[in-house]
Design a protein. Structure first.
Length: 71
C-alpha cells in the first residue's frame, strides 16, 4: 500500500482517468437523449390525439342538419 502512496502521477495516468470520465459522461448523455426522444414522441402523439378529438367535437357542434324535401 505504501508503494501506491509514494508513486508519482504521470501524464498517462491523468489522460487515462480523464478518458474514463469522458466515457461515463457520454454514456449518461446518450441515455438522457434516448429518454428525451421517447418523452417528446409521447407528448407529440398525445397532442395530436387531443387536437383530433377537439376537432371532431367542434365539427359535430357546428355542423348543420339539412333536410331535403321533394314535392
Amino acid at each position: 500500500m505504501s508503494n501506491q502512496l509514494n508513486r508519482q502521477i504521470t501524464p498517462d495516468d491523468i489522460k487515462s482517468k480523464l478518458g474514463d470520465l469522458q466515457g461515463e459522461a457520454r454514456e449518461q448523455v446518450d441515455g438522457a437523449k434516448n429518454q428525451l426522444i421517447a418523452v417528446g414522441t409521447g407528448v407529440g402523439l398525445l397532442l395530436l390525439v387531443i387536437a383530433f378529438m377537439l376537432g371532431r367535437r367542434g365539427g359535430r357542434r357546428a355542423s348543420a342538419v339539412i333536410e331535403v324535401r321533394r314535392s
